[in-house]
Design a protein around this ligand. Structure first.
Ligand SMILES: Cc1cc2nc3c(=O)[nH]c(=O)nc-3n(C[C@H](O)[C@H](O)[C@H](O)COP(=O)(O)OP(=O)(O)OC[C@H]3O[C@@H](n4cnc5c(N)ncnc54)[C@H](O)[C@@H]3O)c2cc1C
Length: 380
């Protein structure tokens, strides 16, 4: 569903889809096992890196692909559709590094993020801090030329596997981002068991007096909120794309099944109620994809895109949930077993409904934007 995406290179879309389909086919069993076991499939991720699908925004001189939002959307949608590990956390990290990193940090980290050999995580959320940053308790204090970071983060994708994390902490100057290499004294991570996104497992991550030099600062002390905000619209678009991919997968699997499923003298897709449900879910996925494409085009053109990315993620959440509900209903009892894929996909959808900006937080943002204008403009 990439009708309105313009790629840097003509014909890139077809080639990229074919490469990801081949990757999914080669590693089908490994991906299914990793999902069951809540395990990061490192080999698949490094293959994704070799395709250039991890270092999406990293310029070629740092070993990346130098692509834009259009390519990012296609890669995420295909990752969702095919059940491949997503490069999402690495994308957020590379954008932060590109915007705020020193030349030394970029040279050190970008090439190994791009080739998929440096798994990366973002340590932001805390037990008491999800949607609101104001009460963040993790602190970093100066000690001579160093900083000492103390706090506990939760829900961190790749928390256990990451070799590098960007941690957000309060300092005297305000919210500040630090690049912390895993394995430093005082750093520990314990895996948690989320219902979705299980190929990039979550963990609780503890910083117990972790000492880092000044060179670990990403940007200036107090610049953390600015750092965070630079990527969050883009990352919503990645979430939207993955959600559309999940919706396509679950609906597609259900249609394949229902077309063959004989119930009395009919097959399931003969029933009008099922036909309407299929039409509605397909339409919702298409609408979300078109909104997503519009937002991606605006990003690549350097235009304002905050409302479009927000609406795209909201539309994608609704569409994916509708597709999932339609799939469960169409397949009936046979969908309701763990060995079938439908519940696993619903878990992935539910995670992205909340992670990276919950449905309510996004609606608040959209409403604020709409109400900011003196007159309501409607669809332009
Ligand atoms: C699987 C998974 C992976 C994640 N990965 C990461 C990661 O890699 N790094 C990281 O730092 N974090 C990560 N997160 C955390 C994620 O970003 C938070 O879960 C999210 O920000 C919501 O925070 P919360 O769960 O504490 O919910 P809360 O903030 O406690 O919200 C609870 C409910 O209240 C609603 N709500 C909150 N504020 C408002 C409001 N103003 N108006 C109306 N309703 C509101 C929310 O929508 C939600 O429904 C992940 C979470 C999950 C589940």
């Amino acid at each position: 569903m990439y009708r309105n995406l313009t790629f840097t290179e003509q014909g890139w879309g077809e080639k990229a889809v074919a490469a990801m389909e081949a990757l999914a086919a080669k590693y089908r069993q490994e991906l299914a096992a990793a999902n069951r076991e809540n395990r990061f499939p490192a080999e698949v991720y490094s293959e994704l890196g070799k395709l250039g699908h991890v270092g999406i925004f990293i310029p070629k001189e740092y070993g990346g692909s130098g692509w834009g939002a259009a390519e990012y959307c296609l890669i995420n949608e295909e990752a969702g559709r095919l059940g491949i590990v997503s490069p999402q956390t690495a994308v957020q990290g590379q954008k932060w590094l590109l915007a705020f990193g020193t030349e030394e940090q970029k040279n050190k980290y970008l090439p190994v993020i791009a080739d998929g050999t440096l798994p990366f995580s973002e340590s932001i959320s805390e037990k008491g801090v999800g949607s609101s940053f104001n009460s963040m308790e993790t602190r970093a204090v100066r000690d001579g030329d160093d900083w000492v970071i103390t706090g506990a983060k939760t829900h961190v994708n790749m928390g256990e596997e990451a070799l590098l994390t960007i941690v957000y902490a309060q300092t005297d100057e305000g919210l500040t981002a630090f690049m912390v290499e895993a394995g430093l004294p005082g750093y520990s991570a314990k895996r948690t068991d989320a219902i979705g996104s299980r190929l990039i497992p979550t963990a609780d991550v503890v910083f117990d007096g972790v000492r880092v030099p000044d060179s670990a600062l990403l940007g200036r002390p107090g610049q953390g909120m600015e750092t965070f905000l630079t990527t969050f619209n883009l990352s919503r678009l990645g979430n939207a794309s993955e959600l559309i991919g999940y919706g396509r997968r679950t609906l597609g699997l259900a249609i394949d099944y229902a077309k063959e499923r004989q119930v009395g003298s009919s097959v399931v897709t003969d029933f009008q109620a099922q036909k309407w449900a299929i039409a509605d879910a397909h339409q919702a996925l298409w609408s979300a994809a078109l909104l997503r494409d519009l937002a991606a085009t605006r990003i690549d053109a350097g235009e304002e895109h905050a409302l479009e990315t927000t609406m795209a993620k909201n539309a994608a959440v609704d569409a994916a949930l509708l597709a999932s509900q339609t799939a469960f209903n169409m397949v009936g009892g046979h969908a309701l077993y763990h060995h079938e894929p439908f519940f696993e996909i619903l878990g992935d959808i539910e995670v992205l409904r909340t992670a990276g900006g919950s449905r309510e937080v996004l609606r608040n943002f959209a409403a604020r934007r709409i109400l900011k204008s003196e007159t309501y403009e409607g669809i332009k």
